[in-house]
Structure formats: structure tokens, C-alpha cells
Ligand binder design. Structure first.
Ligand code: GLU
Length: 481
């Protein structure tokens, strides 16, 4: 009896404890919440080093990592792009995202406020100046100069620390933008002396500003981490993130991702005409008949299809890009499926898929655009995606250009790489200079191939073929497309 009497309150206490525990679990830690919601909400920056849309959909280094975490947790990924560092941290403070993956540096101040993952990328903060002006070589050279940094950035924090440490006459401006393009633009156009930026951001953007140079690395190497909200229990979620990062490091996958997103893989071939001519003789004969056949099925010039497939894969039916785009026309798996292509490595299927895809794009473009421009627009959309092309057309119109003219739109496409412009577009950042190079290359190959065809029936004029690209022939043949 006594024993029972004791057991009863014990059982009640145990039940109560269990209830409390269960009640607590319903709230759960952040890992439980992610699972219960079925989605991982990630706040990021819409920028070339973090997250943006390309012709295959969303991409970027942070996007790739966040997708891997979502897959690991068996949930959907929801990306919430912001356009400034301050906005990202505001969202985190309000627990409106499960984590921030946005090329964020681990700093003393942030470390105090936010829990964070282990580092996944090392880089140097750099001082950028424009060639032809005095190159600063040390900290003292930064005093009494106009320096620009991103608002709320690690660089602003470093400058503040330097100032507190006694480096007087240090002045800087904080610019509210999602990435460093605005800062680089200010230095390039002499609206500021120097910019401070992360080395990976500078590398990716350098092509846009050929006159900008690295003056020196500001301090030691720094690290990028993911930050989590200050409230709630994030312990287990951080463990999962760290385990994923470690696995990716060990397997070499992380290295590949860094190379893919920060390396200089532009995806656009800039092969010289020399190599092209060599390939025309060595590789093209094997595919010439097939290309002719497919081109006639789709009522297009075979030289154009040959030029596109050369630009895409150098006439290599087994070509594979690190992003998993494959075959003669470099189709993604979803696009191939949509087009009914079963085997992307089959040259005939790939060429047919690509030709059909181009035809579809041409049909979707506004009817005011006519050939030959229609063809260039379609190829640009093939490269960068319809949405971004539309954004460039809107910018063209806003600037008083003609959105139906390729010559006008091609000048604006590269603006999609500058935050000043892409912030106000529907589809955000794009590697806008790529479709321009892409179309230029194809037009060049196309012209050379046409000339080859013509010259087979006529005596060759005593000039360099590169200089001899008759415009009249070019446009008359195109209007038949
Ligand atoms: N990594 C920097 C930060 O976390 C942002 C990028 C930059 O300012 O270049 O503040």
C-alpha cells in the first residue's frame, strides 16, 4: 500500500513532466521548426557571389549551399532576397528567417549578437583604387581620403576599429547596396578614392571595371559564415550545418563549388578565329550533314545552327559543364525533358532540342521585333533567360533607347551586373555581358561559315576572311529565317 501511495504521486509527476516535455517539443528548437514547417527559410543578398537567376534558374554560391542543406534536412528551400546587409540582419533579429547565407563575414560585433556556423570560405578584404592614380600601400595612405564601403559591412566595422585604435583622419561613406558594384563604379568614375571589398566580390566584378586594381589586403584573412537568429535554440541546426560543411570539405565538393562560383568560369568561350577555323576543318565535317538536316527541319540556316552548337560545345556531343548542362547544345535536364530529348549526348537529339527551343523563344518574343534582331534576341534569351532579357529591354526603354533593337538592348544588358540597375528590375542580378559576348561570337562564326560556303563556289578574294564579312549577304540570308 505504502508503495502504491508513493507510486501514484510519482506517476502523476512523471506524466506531468512528460506533458511539459511534449509541450516544449511542440515549440521545439529551430531544427524541429524547420522540419515542422517543411521549408528552410534563408535570407540572402541578390548578388553575383550569393544568389541570382541565370538561364537555368536560381544559382549562386550561397544558393548552392543552402539547397544542399535543405536537401539534407528533407525540406523545401525558400530564398528571401534582400538588397542590403542591414536588411538581412534586421530579418534575422526578428527571427523571420532560419538563417542568413549572404557572403557574410564573421566579425567581433556580429559574433556577439548572432550564433553562427563554422566558416566555409576564406578571403582577404581589399583596398581598391583606379589605375593611373596614386596607389595606397599601407594604412596611413588611407587617411584624408574618401573611402566607400557597403553600409553595415564588415569593412565599416574594420574602419571604425582602426579609427578607435588611433588612426585619425580616417573618413568613409557607407553605401546602401546589395554588393560592391556600386562602390567599384564610384571609384572607377572618381567619385571616391578607394573602395573596400571582399576579394571574391572584386574578382567576380573586375571584368566590368578593367581599370580598377587591388592596392593591398586590409588586415588578415577573414571568413564567411552563416548567421542564425539570436533568439531560440539553434544548437542542433548549427550542428547539421557544420556537419554538411565538413562533409563538403572532405569530399572536395566545396572546392568545386568555390571554383564554379568564384573561379573565372564565365561559360562563354572566347576562342579565337584561328581555333575556330581549325575546328571547321577537323570537327565540323563529321556533323555537317546532320546539322544541315536538322536546320532544314526547323527552317533555319544550317550555318547558324552550326555556329550556335560550336559556341555551346565546340561540336563536342559529350560536352558537360560543371553545372550539369550537357551535349552538343548544352541543354539542362529539365529543358531537355520539356523538349522531349531523351538522350542529351545524342548529337541529333541535342541539335533538334536546341533548334526547337530557339524556335519557341522566337515565338514568345514580342512581334514588333523583326529579323535579324529577332534572331539575336532569341539567342540572348537562350543564353541569359527570357526574364533578364525583358529587364534589359525595360532599362533600354527607360533610357530612351528602342527595346526592339538589338543594338540598343545589347548596350543595356551588361547593366544587369550593376546593383544600381538590377535592384529596380523584376529578375535581379544577371551576368549581362555574357549574352552580348555570346551573340557576338555566334555572329562571327556564322559569318565565317557563310563565307566559307560562298567561297567554295567563287574564287577567294585576296583579303583576310575576318575582315571580309559582307554585311549585305549577312542580312539577306538572315531575313529568310
Ligand atoms: N562580406 C561583407 C560583410 O559581411 C560584405 C561584402 C562586402 O562588403 O564586400 O559585411
Amino acid at each position: 500500500m505504502r508503495i502504491k501511495a508513493i507510486q501514484a504521486p510519482l506517476a502523476t509527476a512523471a506524466a506531468l513532466f512528460l506533458l511539459l516535455l511534449l509541450g516544449g517539443c511542440q515549440q521545439g528548437d529551430s531544427l524541429d521548426q524547420v522540419r515542422a514547417e517543411g521549408e528552410l527559410r534563408v535570407v540572402t543578398r541578390n548578388s553575383p557571389t550569393t544568389y541570382y537567376q541565370d538561364r537555368n534558374g536560381p544559382t549562386g554560391f550561397e544558393y548552392a549551399l543552402a539547397s544542399l542543406l535543405a536537401r539534407d534536412l528533407g525540406v523545401e528551400l525558400r530564398i528571401e532576397p534582400e538588397f542590403s546587409l542591414d536588411a538581412i540582419f534586421r530579418k534575422l533579429r526578428r527571427s523571420e528567417a532560419h538563417l542568413a547565407a549572404a557572403g557574410l563575414t564573421l566579425t567581433a560585433q556580429r559574433m556577439n549578437e548572432f550564433p553562427h556556423s563554422q566558416p566555409y570560405y576564406q578571403f582577404s578584404p581589399q583596398v581598391i583604387y583606379v589605375a593611373g592614380t596614386a596607389r595606397p600601400r599601407e594604412l596611413a595612405d588611407l587617411t584624408d581620403k574618401d573611402i566607400v564601403v557597403l553600409a553595415g559591412s564588415s569593412h565599416a566595422e574594420s574602419l571604425y576599429a582602426l579609427q578607435q585604435g588611433g588612426l585619425d583622419n580616417l573618413a568613409w561613406r557607407e553605401v546602401e547596396e546589395p554588393d560592391s558594384t556600386g562602390l567599384l563604379e564610384m571609384v572607377a568614375t572618381r567619385q571616391a578614392h578607394f573602395a573596400l571589398t571582399d576579394s571574391n566580390e572584386f574578382e567576380v566584378q573586375q571584368g566590368l571595371y578593367p581599370r580598377l586594381r587591388v592596392a593591398f589586403d586590409l588586415g588578415d584573412e577573414q571568413q564567411l559564415v552563416w548567421f542564425l537568429p539570436p533568439d531560440g535554440d539553434n544548437h542542433r541546426l548549427i550542428q547539421r550545418i557544420n556537419a554538411l560543411f565538413s562533409r563538403l570539405e572532405d569530399s572536395g565538393e566545396m572546392k568545386k563549388l568555390r571554383e564554379l562560383h568564384f573561379g573565372h568560369a564565365t561559360g562563354v568561350s572566347r576562342m579565337g578565329s584561328h581555333t575556330f577555323s581549325r575546328n571547321v576543318n577537323s570537327k565540323l565535317p563529321r556533323f555537317r550533314e546532320l546539322i544541315r538536316q536538322v536546320a532544314s527541319e526547323y527552317q533555319m540556316d544550317w550555318e547558324l545552327l552550326a555556329a550556335i552548337s560550336y559556341q555551346e560545345s565546340h561540336w563536342n556531343p559529350l560536352a558537360t559543364s560543371p553545372t550539369g548542362v550537357r551535349g552538343m547544345m548544352m541543354l539542362t535536364l529539365p529543358t531537355a525533358r520539356e523538349l522531349g530529348v531523351e538522350n542529351r549526348l545524342d548529337p541529333g537529339q541535342s541539335l533538334r532540342g536546341g533548334a526547337r527551343y530557339l524556335k519557341n523563344i522566337k515565338r514568345r518574343l514580342p512581334s514588333d521585333i523583326t529579323d535579324p534582331d529577332l534572331t539575336w534576341f532569341a539567342m540572348a534569351a537562350y543564353n541569359v533567360g527570357m526574364g533578364h532579357l525583358e529587364d534589359a529591354r525595360v532599362i533600354t526603354q527607360r533610357q530612351g533607347g528602342d527595346p526592339d533593337l538589338w543594338a540598343d538592348v545589347k548596350k543595356r544588358l551588361p547593366l544587369l551586373q550593376q546593383s544600381k540597375y538590377y535592384q529596380n528590375t523584376r529578375y535581379g542580378y544577371a551576368r549581362g555581358s555574357e549574352p552580348v559576348t555570346y551573340v557576338q561570337n555566334i555572329r562571327h562564326y556564322y559569318n565565317v561559315l557563310q563565307w566559307e560556303g560562298i567561297s567554295q563556289n567563287k574564287p577567294r578574294p585576296p583579303v583576310n576572311t575576318d575582315d571580309y564579312l559582307p554585311t549585305a549577304i549577312r542580312s539577306s540570308r538572315l531575313s529568310a529565317l
